[in-house]
Design a protein around this ligand. Structure first.
Ligand SMILES: [Zn+2]
Length: 131
């Protein structure tokens, strides 16, 4: 199946990845980008302060259904990203997406086909998806 936007992005990534074309570079750069995403979230809380992270053990009644479980779960984020932190996080996610796409491209995999497969898997498993 074809999606022109993701195919175009994947083509541009393939053309731009000149210096770090080795699979070892792509894997390590992808991992580094993942760490920078986490760092951007941490900096939003600890340096900027536009968000705070307040985590605690969820209190889940034993007799609830799996469908009711999401209402007892929290993402532990209080507040909203300011424009600067949102921009920083988007930039880091873009870099991570670049290296994820480069990884797909290196193995001749279509990022669009992978997204479609994952969506079909989620539609099949629904709430029973354990990832
Ligand atoms: Zn902020």
């Amino acid at each position: 199946m074809k999606d022109l936007r993701s195919d175009d992005f994947q083509q541009v990534v393939g053309e731009c990845i000149v210096r770090h074309r080795s699979i070892l570079d792509i894997l390590s750069k992808h991992q580094e980008a993942s760490g920078r995403v986490s760092r951007a979230v941490a900096k939003a809380a600890t340096s900027c302060g536009c968000i705070s992270i307040q985590a605690e053990k969820p209190h889940i009644p034993e007799d609830i259904s799996l469908q009711d479980l999401p209402s007892y779960m929290s993402n532990h984020i209080c507040g909203e990203l300011c424009d600067d932190c949102r921009d920083a996080l988007e930039n880091e996610l873009g870099t991570q997406f670049f290296y994820l796409t480069a990884l797909c491209d290196t193995f001749g995999l279509s990022i669009y086909d992978i997204i479609l497969k994952e969506k079909q898997r989620l539609n099949t498993l629904g709430i029973f998806n354990l990832t």
